[in-house]
Design a binder for this molecule. Sequence first.
Ligand SMILES: [Zn+2]
Length: 176
Amino acid sequence: MRDEDLIILALAVISRDLELVRRIVELANNGVIEEGELQETLKLSVTNLRVMLYQMQDFNLVIQLGAKEDGNGGYLSYWRINKDVAKSFLLRRLKYTKSELMKRKEEDLSGEYYVCAADPSHARLSFDEMIRSMGEGSPTCPVCGAMMEPVNKEEVVKLIDSMIELIDRAIETLEG
Ligand SMILES: [Zn+2]
């Protein structure tokens, strides 16, 4: 993978907007971006852009370079996109997600869990939580009101395994 793709991916993990970060990286001049210019070109609010840049800075993916006067009483504020840490950031994220998935698989295999029958992503209750909420009538999904049903362990394990496989392949590509 090209360095540019890696940093786009890494920034997209933070902003959750691949198209937006692609444009930001394109607009950068030798890796340097100016806040006001970004804001104007991309039609972003000052606050949203600031929040996003600070979130990226938390992971060292961008570095604030400081500001200088623009000659009209305003300030130009510069940031550098830090390509160097993109790969290690992505690897850390992937490895973390993998360990979370493995924990989840362990949990699903060892306990009794219940999920929304209409959409399992709505809610997930442990056996104890199911018993507790039965006091308030038969437990239903807090999102859509559908019935809760036991997790199909085989299906969940198959799904998690396939996700882990995908992550392993991505890690291999990045490390390779
Ligand atoms: Zn539901």
